[in-house]
Design a protein around this ligand. Sequence first.
Ligand SMILES: [Zn+2]
Ligand SMILES: [Zn+2]
Length: 117
Amino acid sequence: MYCEICGKEPAERHHVVFKSQGGLDIEVNFIYLCPEHHRGPEGPHMCKKTDLMYKQIEQEKLFKMFGAKATFKIKEISGIIRHDKKRLERKFVKVKNHCGEYAAVDIVRALMGGRLY
Ligand SMILES: [Zn+2]
Ligand SMILES: [Zn+2]
């Protein structure tokens, strides 16, 4: 993998929404960064501005991914983000829904770790 900022390799996989913040192991939550752009002073672990920028980019991507209609079932969410349905059910157990239909904004919020940026 190459760094998405400078093109150097090897790059490390960064969770845009950290695991500790409720981020999932899904492609949309990954960015590949060289050690400098990952852990350096301007990287997302050291610089709040960079961290927020990556989170806002991911959030935009998610709104596009869930922009096709108003509500989605867990099975559809699972297909869109390519994440295991059972794990997703556990993640979404407390997320507001109507008869198993989740509003796009609630899905994005849940995938961003329970908040919007
Ligand atoms: Zn780099
Ligand atoms: Zn990281």
